[in-house]
Design a protein around this ligand. Sequence first.
Ligand code: URA
Length: 480
Amino acid sequence: MTLHRITLKTGADLDGFRRAVRRLVAEELAPQHVVFAIDDTPGLFGREATGDAPPVSIPRGVARLIEHVVCHSDPERYALLYQLVWRVLNGERDLLEVASDPLVHRIDLMARSVRRDLHKMHAFVRFRRMTGEDLERFAAWFEPEHFILEAAAPFFVDRFPSMDWTILTPIGSMRWDRKILTFGPPARREDAPAEDSFEEGWRGYYESVFNPARVNPAAMRAEMPKKYWRNMPETAAIPGLIQTASRRVERMIEQEATMPTKRTPERALEAMWDQEPKSLKELNAVIAKAGPLVPGATQAVFGEGPAHAEIVFVGEQPGDQEDLQGRPFVGPAGKLFAKAMSEAGIDRKDAYLTNAVKHFKFEQRGHRRIHSKPTTGEVKHYRPWLMKELELVKPKLVVALGGTAVLALAGKATPISRSRGRAKFGPYEGYITVHPSYLLRLPDEATKREAYEAFVNDLRRIHDLARADPETGELPLAAE
Ligand code: URA
């Protein structure tokens, strides 16, 4: 029997591979009769792979594995995946569960390697401002191991939606102009700007958070391989910091006995709880005194609203406007939130609005301060203060707006899509909904409108729950 040749595009040609699989399965061509070739002529689609063969139904786990493994740089990836699909369709539907199977093992390693590469790209891309541009534009150079550009893109669009950025790599480039994402040809390192004025800031920040007692050069290299270092301004400080680490640890140990109270959350709280806050005012004084965990914020932004409000809304952290004005929810997300509350019959002045994290964390991009999501550690740092705040307000209902609030209130992360609706946060009746800033980030008007309606509906339910009789669940008869 002659070999059947399938030609796919260079890179991660998921669509081409899917079409090929449909065609090959329809013609009952077993893997040993098929060769996969890769053609790097731009825009080429495998000729043999075109045509309207019927879809092939495979388990979700296999489909997900394919999405990752097509990104792998191994030229054998398509042949291996086709072997997997063939066996799954021919009597071995649960093949993925056989971890000892050599094919499953190899494909699993490939998927892990792609996921690791994606993680590295998400963590280690550093944008630099492009000089000589009228508009503010940023570019970064990155060298991935696999063809992960398209798979990595949603993360960057989500993280830097209002920045005009380009990521250049030897396998291709991508640009986000604040509206549209486009993919382009491979680039050279020289095409990316080398340095910008923000680098000093990065280095300074890294030096200040560097803990010499935790230095483990082998683990550091495993987590952040040296090849990424040259693209990351903060790493310029690493060799010097490692060299002096043991001396610095000795000095830290010597100083330990006489050091002033450390600003770790536990220590800060232990110290302050000697005079346990009896009011929001006292609690806020504690938070103000502790200062921001990550340097940069202008001031702490405290909760705002009646001291014994029936509903407490918990957001993520103050934004740029909140940081400047010292009040929660006064920026664009806050304005949208106020509008939605009013449509749902909630008067903003009757609710208590606060945040899981009380200081604004951001990345400076030129003149702009771009919101930077708090880490789990940061959320934990502020959590005891949030809990004390609830204890003092004693609300009837606590509402988590978005994932960070859920993490802070429930103590663990849960996707909003799965947990939206009524909840229990320790002793408090709770409700989980989206964060209003999520509505602002949605790509088109129709989706935005729909998501906004769903948010207002959640707020209507929240309003009802807060008014309902706790014993009977009944609403007051007359509208308030
Ligand atoms: N987003 C929040 O989570 N809180 C604010 O105060 C503003 C925006």
